[in-house]
Ligand binder design. Structure first.
Ligand SMILES: [Zn+2]
Length: 313
């Protein structure tokens, strides 16, 4: 009796062992399949995971590059925030000619000569009073869009006749106060190489350092009594000289001795001038017409205080 029982129990044990092995294999198989599926999923997921950060890196570097670009551009524009005004803007456009200490022999031209010391007192007072000096483009923007730089007053410093002392006297003082100015050039005098007139090299050097150069005709004639043809060539030839030699689009003409007519303005407009400067005394405003803008004449006796009083608006 014991033997068959023993045999059965042995067979039982063997079956149990086989079942356990089978179960173990089954578990292993499930583990392998699950693991395989998991790895396969991981593998498939990897290319996506790898490309996702790549895209975000690209977009990040692009956006940081854009940020850099825009900051450098705005830096070049001196970070000016232009603010729209309710009332029409009145712009003081100062008119200077020569800046040097007058010699007794120059008494006849005394009205056009301001001493360097007086000129410096003007710039110092303007700086302290919060004035910002405009370029021709900025003057055009201020007048046509009726905007001002935030928390600043505006002024446009102009000099007529491209005199040598603009380089030797005025320019170093302008640089000292970090202010910019516009000189209206008599192009025929520059081309003739006159000793008392700026050279093209001096003009180019100053232009690189923030000064601007606009038009004052070829020969400084009285345009109001010149024929339309003569006016046309005076305004066209000088503009072409400045445009090509200074790689710019000249926008402004100062009429010689402030002499001009309706015909002069029509010709200037046709040739592409956007602004015309007169010698009519007063603050400039859009309502006077962009081709007949007033200026404020600066005399040898103009003190810093009288200047501030005159341009207050
Ligand atoms: Zn002049």
């Amino acid at each position: 009796m014991t033997q068959p029982t023993q045999r059965r129990s042995v067979a039982n044990k063997a079956r149990k062992k086989r079942d356990a092995l089978l179960l173990l294999n089954l578990v292993l198989l499930i583990l392998i399949i699950t693991g395989g599926l998991f790895l396969w999923k991981e593998y498939r997921a990897q290319p996506n995971q790898a490309s996702t950060p790549k895209i975000s890196q690209v977009s990040q570097s692009t956006s940081s590059k854009e940020a850099k670009d825009s900051s450098s551009t705005s830096k070049a524009k001196e970070n000016i925030k232009w603010v729209k005004q309710d009332q029409p803007i009145k712009l003081p456009i100062l008119m200077y000619h020569a800046i040097h200490d007058m010699a007794p022999s120059e008494a006849a031209n005394a009205g056009l000569i301001v001493s360097p010391a007086t000129f410096e007192s003007h710039l110092k007072a303007l700086k302290e009073a919060g004035y910002y000096t405009l370029s021709p483009d900025e003057a055009y923007k201020a007048l046509t869009e009726n905007v001002l730089p935030e928390n600043k007053k505006i002024i446009w410093l102009t000099f007529d006749d491209s005199l040598k002392d603009f380089y030797t006297q005025a320019y170093p003082i302008l640089q000292k106060y970090q202010m910019k100015a516009t000189n209206n050039v008599i192009t025929g005098f520059v081309q003739a190489g006159r000793e008392d007139i700026l050279t093209l090299e001096e003009i180019k050097e100053m232009k690189q350092n923030g000064m601007s150069f606009e038009d004052h005709t070829v020969n400084h004639p009285d345009l109001s009594v010149s024929s339309p043809d003569a006016q046309n060539s005076e305004l066209q030839d000088s503009k072409q000289f400045l445009d090509s030699n200074l790689s710019q689009t000249t926008t402004t003409v100062a009429y010689p001795s402030g002499r001009y007519s309706e015909t002069t303005m029509q010709i200037a407009e046709k040739l592409g001038y956007k602004m015309g400067l007169t010698t009519n005394n007063g603050l400039a405003s859009l309502s006077d017409g962009l081709l007949s803008l007033n200026r404020v004449r600066v005399n040898p006796t103009t003190t810093a205080q009288s200047l501030l009083d005159e341009i207050r608006n």
